[in-house]
Design a protein around this ligand. Structure first.
Ligand code: NAP
Length: 266
């Protein structure tokens, strides 16, 4: 998609790079940050119409943004994403690793293919790891005291600790992201870069549309203390709280946005 970047809007405001921001949770995060005055680099993979729509919402929120097509699983496309972000605004104050995918087909783990394993791990874990590596190097090298303290937020999942044997590759990728959060939190603290993980529960987006009926039933049966679907905007609120620096003495912290599903109940 071609677009003109208006550098006069919110000039000097902090910049957030949000992966997978064309739809769902990523879009809600991008719009919520824009409402707080952040400038947005909006990454998407393939749906240019959805990206254009999300960009329109960012503008309607009174901020500015640029959309960058890149598959985060591919090294050259990650490099393009970083280059495009810096060319647009010259800085990245917040990286939100949101882009992710469910397996194309739910398969019992005894039948799951190696191709599906590689694809899901590439998008959900390898891509975010190496994107964070590259962005963190830039943040560490260019940190200026006047701006906000740079941060990284990983959008994980309750699948990091709950077994779903029909999507083992997804669970493995999100469990890996849990360790990725700890590793980067440990490594980047010396540069003043805090790292957080948000673990959504069951959120009403395109990703969960195919299993809507199944989860309606599970909620009715008592799956979660807060007995309803979560909304993308509720995940976005947690991101906004971190972005606003309300957790300055916490790093490697996990915030569950799941209606209490993580609680063990008798
Ligand atoms: P979604 O509705 O399927 O949207 C996925 C977004 O990621 C889209 O913007 C898509 O871009 C982008 N994307 C997918 N693969 C990509 C790639 N390889 N490179 C760049 N962008 C890519 O998903 P969602 O429900 O909002 O989920 C967002 C994140 O939350 C994921 O990490 C997911 O695992 C996590 N999560 C979701 C739930 C839930 O219940 N929905 C629960 C826990 C965790 P295009 O529009 O171009 O396809």
């Amino acid at each position: 998609m071609s677009e003109l970047i208006d550098r006069t809007v919110n000039a000097g405001a902090p910049v957030a790079l949000v992966t997978g921001a064309s739809r769902g949770i990523g879009r809600a995060i991008a719009v919520a940050l824009a409402q707080k005055g952040w400038r947005i680099v909006l990454n998407y993979q393939s749906n240019a119409d959805a990206a254009a729509e999300a960009l329109g919402l960012i503008h309607a929120a009174g901020s500015t943004g640029t959309a960058v097509q890149a598959n985060i699983a591919v090294a050259s496309e990650r490099a393009h994403l970083l280059d495009a972000a810096l060319a647009a605004y010259g800085r990245i104050d917040l990286l939100v690793n949101n882009a992710g995918m469910a397996p194309r087909k739910r398969m019992d783990m005894l039948q799951m293919s190696e191709a599906s394993y590689d694809e899901v791990m590439g998008v959900n874990l390898k891509g975010p790891f190496f994107l964070t590596q590259a962005v963190a190097q830039h943040m560490a090298a260019s940190r200026h005291e006047a701006g906000p303290r740079p941060k990284v937020i990983n959008i994980g999942s309750m699948s990091a600790y709950i077994s779903s044997t029909s999507r083992a590759e997804y669970c493995l990728s999100k469990a890996g992201m849990g360790m990725m959060t700890k590793l980067f939190a440990d490594r980047l603290a010396e540069y003043g870069i805090n790292v957080y993980e948000i673990r959504p529960g069951i959120i009403e987006t395109d990703m969960t549309s195919a299993v809507h009926e199944k989860y309606d039933k599970r909620f009715a049966e008592g799956l979660a203390p807060i007995a309803r679907w979560g909304q993308a905007e509720e995940v976005a609120r947690a991101v906004v709280a971190i972005a606003a620096d309300y957790l300055p003495y916490s790093t490697g912290e996990v915030i569950n946005v799941d209606g209490g599903i993580h609680l063990q109940r008798l």
